[in-house]
Design a protein around this ligand. Structure first.
Ligand SMILES: [Zn+2]
Ligand SMILES: [Zn+2]
Length: 175
């Protein structure tokens, strides 16, 4: 590859702009987003039509704070859903999930998650422009259901989470 080609490839990767389908804003596919004094680099997955669903600004606005440590949880971050002993004592920004029992969205930092086996979902864009919990069975839940120990290679990988849930489903169906 000569330099000229390298430059063209670079432009294709980073210069291309999209009109985000769900919010209608003009956006690049990758860039930095900012929320709660933290920056994070993001590359948005493209949807079926080959464009982005949301712009980087809207993705940034969907950031929430961990119920336990207050650190930001960005879109596509893995999350825990622990049940608090005293829900009323949690900070106001804590995001609740479920009613009975109430669990709250927490981050996967070592100080907040007991183990990567507690990864219970991902923080994902909802159609209403707010983030939402995309639930996946945690490695711990899969272990309880199948009786098989689970190895987590990458706790932040949605692909791996979905694949191991599918394997567990097939195993349980065959059993
Ligand atoms: Zn937008
Ligand atoms: Zn946390």
């Amino acid at each position: 590859m000569n330099l000229r080609h390298a430059w063209i490839d670079f432009r294709l990767l980073f210069g291309k702009r999209y009109t985000a389908e769900k919010c209608g804003h003009d956006t690049r596919r990758s860039g930095r987003i900012h929320a709660f004094d933290t920056y994070r680099s993001k590359q948005m997955p493209l949807n079926m039509n080959g464009t982005a669903d949301w712009c980087l600004d809207c993705i940034g606005k969907m950031t929430i704070r961990c119920a336990w440590c207050g650190n930001p949880i960005f879109i596509a971050d893995p999350i825990t859903l622990y049940v608090p002993n005293k829900p009323d004592e949690l900070p106001e920004y804590a995001v609740r999930y479920g009613d009975d029992p109430v669990s709250v969205v927490g981050c996967m930092l070592m100080s907040c998650a007991d183990t990567s086996a507690d990864r219970s979902g991902f923080w994902m864009p909802g159609d209403d422009g707010k983030g939402r919990v995309a639930r996946v069975p945690s490695p711990f839940e899969i272990m309880l259901a199948t009786g098989k120990a689970q190895v987590v290679e990458d706790v932040g990988s949605i692909k791996e989470a979905v694949a191991s849930a599918r394997r567990a489903e097939e195993f349980l169906r065959g059993a």
